[in-house]
Design a protein around this ligand. Structure first.
Ligand code: G3P
Length: 218
């Protein structure tokens, strides 16, 4: 399973990159605003900074909600760097834009997906990635992981190339369950990646190994 980090924070991206397990980055307008990145040019420059930090895909989201606007914005984003994946919302004009970008060989990530039907549409329109938001479904007492299972089944039935990018991942159990189900990618906060490191028995075991070494070598 690929690991993407869901942030626009350069330090956190660098930290995940240093660990050597990072495959890409996802951003959205809220995450950019959280870092205080405002103004069109600053936002574009920030995407380039992110692309220069990582080797994999970097999702950059359009703000337009009409087909022409999404095409114009998406083409501009795609020109910024070869790693850019244009993030398109799951709305009617978005589906048309996914199809357009697919025909032009521009990679896309269909965002704000909350149902299997939406994921099926995204795949048919040729999205490179589909982003079901599992944490936000959990927030409204609906099992987000069940949606990942449904999409996995549908995509396997028809051998769709669209990668399932489990988004709105909140914690390590989301990551582990997504890996069990067979999500292609997960995107979450830095803590959802570094949290996988932790086990008290590892700490206790290491402490004992080091203490025993010291005893024998002092
Ligand atoms: O990738 C989508 C993500 O940014 C949404 O996460 O935690 O705001 O639901 P969250």
């Amino acid at each position: 399973m690929k690991f993407f980090i869901d942030t626009a924070n350069l330090d956190q991206i660098k930290e995940a990159q240093d660990l050597g397990v990072l495959d890409g980055v996802t951003t959205n307008p809220s995450l950019m605003a959280k870092e205080g990145i405002t103004g069109e040019q600053n936002i574009l420059d920030h995407y380039v900074k992110i692309c220069n930090l990582v080797e994999g895909p970097v999702s950059a989201e359009v703000i337009s909600t009409d087909f022409e606007g999404m095409v114009k914005e998406g083409e501009r984003l795609a020109e910024l760097h070869e790693n850019i994946v244009v993030k398109i919302p799951m709305i009617k004009d978005g589906v048309k834009a996914l199809k357009y970008f697919s025909s032009k060989g521009i990679r896309t990530n269909c965002t704000l997906v909350f149902s299997a039907g939406q994921a099926l549409l995204a795949a048919k329109a040729g999205a490179s990635f589909v982003s079901p938001f599992i944490g936000r479904l959990d927030d409204v007492s609906t099992d987000g992981l069940e949606l990942i299972e449904q999409i996995r089944l549908i995509y396997d039935n028809y051998m769709y190339d669209t990668e399932i990018l489990a988004a709105s991942v909140r914690h390590t159990m989301h990551v582990i369950k997504c890996a069990e189900i067979g999500a292609d990618v997960m995107t979450g906060p830095l803590s959802s990646i570094t949290g996988l490191l932790n086990h008290p028995l590892t700490d206790i075991g290491l402490e004992k190994f080091l203490a025993d070494y010291k005893k024998g070598n002092s």
